[in-house]
Design a protein around this ligand. Sequence first.
Ligand SMILES: O=C(O)CCC(=O)C(=O)O
Ligand SMILES: [Fe+2]
Length: 361
Amino acid sequence: MAANFSSVPVLDFALADDQVRKPELIDQLRHALINVGFLYLKNHTVPQHVVDDLIGYIPRLFDLPQEAKDKIRMANSPHFLGYSKLGAEFTKGKTDYREQFDLATPHETKWRPGAPEYLRLWGPSQWPDEQLIPGFRHTMETYLAHVQQLSYRFISLLAEAFGLASDALDSFYDADEFMQHRGKIVKYPANDGSIADQGVGPHYDAGFLTFLLQASPHPGLQVQNLSGEWIDAPPIPGTFVVNIGKALEFVTRGLARATSHRVLSPPVGSTPRYSVPFFQNISLHARLADSVLDFPTDILKLKALRGDPATTDSVNLSEFDREPSGKVNLIGRVKSHPDVAERHYPDLFKQYFPSGLAETR
Ligand SMILES: O=C(O)CCC(=O)C(=O)O
Ligand SMILES: [Fe+2]
């Protein structure tokens, strides 16, 4: 357990453009990817005013009349995009105490009857009425476009950190028109004294990379280290928290570590915690088991040095070895949002919830 960690490292993205110091960044990145699976990124390319504009809208978004929020509820959307009220979501079969809006980058659905069902996972977002919150849609779309661009730059740096050509992972992404990345704006209300403190339960993210904006000064995010202890990852202004999803762990043969994480509700009497995760997706068609990336042996040795982590508390995503990435993602969404699944994916719903919605309560 030589490589265990007790804090999450902070990396300086400005070094990526500094030819003298770039190797330092690459070394730190390699360490963070292999041994931690989480890092803070400072001096990133998303302008602070774009971040601040978005943060300014968040309390107003949640303060919209309940009926305006319900009008765009996720259950309307076969793409699992829209509003989820408190208690609508489940992790490890337990209710998550958070309220959220899933809002993705622009996309016209490519699904047609007869095509694989998982293509329906991507499609247009549902936006609140422009008159009720003028400028919000533009602000969020601008934010998502910037983070998307950062996420692509980051992935080429990551390839370099693993001794590959900087474009070695490009084949996992389709042209922009065929891709969609998902954002979420999340509110974690304070624990009201009667509930458990599961803001969101222990889980892995499913895709390649997550860029998390902690949009208020509240702690609560925790990541699980190699011996199973929960380590705090408090907000650091001006940074993103970047973490690895299961798909990237799978294609890097475990070199990049998907790390189990959770959020504890703010304590009784606190103001709410806000966050904005951005989930970078890969092509829905990608079959990860078919990919062969040729890692140098000295890099593969670093994984052996890390050793195997203790059993984590997280739910698992074990289907990547046989199914296309879109199918694995769809199954994950069905399990988290059974009400959406019941309406739009009745066959999968029956498969995962044979006794109906009552089973999730
Ligand atoms: O809200 C956060 O800080 C983390 C949320 C998260 O891990 C998730 O939604 O996957
Ligand atoms: Fe997560």
